[in-house]
Ligand binder design. Structure first.
Ligand SMILES: *Cc1c(COP(=O)(O)O)cnc(C)c1O
Length: 402
């Protein structure tokens, strides 16, 4: 290890400001840096480690598959690819699966499928209506599809055809619809925008409006899917069925795996329209299958809901004690809303706590996001709340005296 702080990351292209730490190991809810300090991790790779760090189940699935078959090429079937697709169809309201590696890639595939359907069935309609604050990934087209302020200015010119409506405002969706509109793309809980929940009434109206105007409803469940919200998929909470569904993050349990699912009537790619070298590779497919078989069990999901309530109650208590705005979320995707823009300070103060640190995420200047492993224990939640309380006390005291 090189401990000259100036040397950290000097060979990496700079993409973000990272703390000067190198993480060496992870086990369950815990990460350990190269200096041996332990951190309770409520980021979990950005809501990807569904079963925590380095679970034995996934180590075993990976080892077994790595010894058997790594990649016969996407042009051939392999057994894990077929089994994962079958399992996804059994677990969802969908009929067909395309496997890929990242959320952005699955969302790109969804847009391509919707546009292809638009060419065939809707006289070339191609526009995809998205939402202000939405996040769908970092390819050029997904940056256009996202509703993140300022993103249209970083890499112009941007792909067009992605108008925006406002979440929970059905009139704004109705106004955005043009003859050229082919789909609406939504996160039921906007993760990156700060854990903003879609209202049940709005989602039901959106489903009805989409059907009436012949628009595909695309659910981006990259963050909300695979147990995160206490249900196998977040659309179940709303009692509706999307037409297209994308999954990533949690389905790989920490490894790169994503999927686009669709109903049979939208299964309209021609051979050659879509593909990718790593799409459906057996190593990741075997892992996805192991994750789904563990997470999408009734007892497991019931426990996620129970832990979600437990964490929410603890956060509400902290909010009362520290005079915060409040808490919100679904299952184990939760946010704590602060009275001012102290989120970054709290994140670093929590990380620097001794002897044990706490890892949190601040997607907005006034908001902390918590996305623990889905199998976190009550004791670990208690530890996390205690550490968070200390970081809040430290930071808010500093802020008041400043
Ligand atoms: C993270 C995320 C994405 C992008 O996934 P990547 O794997 O980073 O490409 C897309 N949509 C949502 C809702 C996400 O949370």
């Amino acid at each position: 290890m090189n401990d000259d702080a100036n040397d950290y990351g000097k060979h990496l292209i700079t993409i973000t400001q990272r703390p000067e730490l190198v993480f060496a190991q992870g086990q369950g809810a815990w990460l350990v840096d190269e200096g041996g300090k332990r951190y309770l991790d409520l980021i979990q790779g950005w809501a990807v480690n569904s079963l925590g760090h380095s679970p034995a189940l996934l180590a075993q699935a990976l080892t077994q598959q790595a010894q058997q078959l790594l990649n016969p090429s996407p042009a051939f079937y392999n057994r894990p690819m077929l089994e994962l697709a079958q399992r996804l169809v059994e677990l969802t309201c969908m009929d067909r699966v395309f496997l890929a590696s990242s959320g952005a890639e699955a969302n790109e595939a969804a847009i391509k499928l919707a546009r292809r359907w638009g060419q065939k069935m809707r006289q070339g309609a191609f526009e995809i209506i998205g939402f202000e604050g939405g996040f769908h990934g970092r390819t050029l087209a997904m940056m256009s599809a996202s509703g993140k302020p300022g993103w249209e200015r970083i890499y112009p010119p941007m792909p067009t055809g992605f108008p925006k409506a406002r979440l929970n405002d059905i009139e704004s969706v109705a106004r955005a619809i043009q003859p050229s509109s082919v789909a609406v793309m939504i996160e039921f809980v906007q993760g990156e925008a700060g854990v903003n929940l879609a209202d049940p009434g709005f989602v039901r109206e959106l489903r009805a409006l989409s059907t009436e105007r012949q628009l595909l409803l695309i659910a981006d469940e990259v963050q909300t899917g695979v147990g995160r919200c206490g249900h196998a998929f977040a659309y179940e909470m709303y009692g509706i069925e999307p037409d297209l569904l994308t999954l990533a993050k949690g389905i790989g349990g920490g490894a790169p795996l994503s999927a686009l699912l669709c109903k049979e009537r939208y299964n309209c790619f021609e051979p050659g329209d879509q593909g990718g070298t790593f799409c459906g590779n057996p190593l990741m497919a075997a892992l996805g299958l192991a994750v789904l078989n563990e997470v999408c069990r009734d007892e497991f999901l019931a426990r996620v809901r129970q832990r979600g309530h437990y964490l929410a109650a603890g956060l509400q208590k902290l909010a009362r004690e520290h005079g915060l705005v409040g808490e919100r979320g679904a299952g184990l995707l939760r946010a704590l809303v602060l009275p001012g823009n102290h989120a970054e300070q709290i994140v670093s103060s929590a990380r620097n706590l001794a002897p044990t640190g706490l890892l949190l995420n601040a997607p907005r200047p006034n908001l902390l996001r918590l996305m623990p492993a889905l199998n976190i224990t009550e004791e670990e939640i208690d530890q996390g709340l205690e550490l968070l309380g200390r970081a809040l006390t430290e930071t808010l005291a500093d802020a008041l005296s400043a």
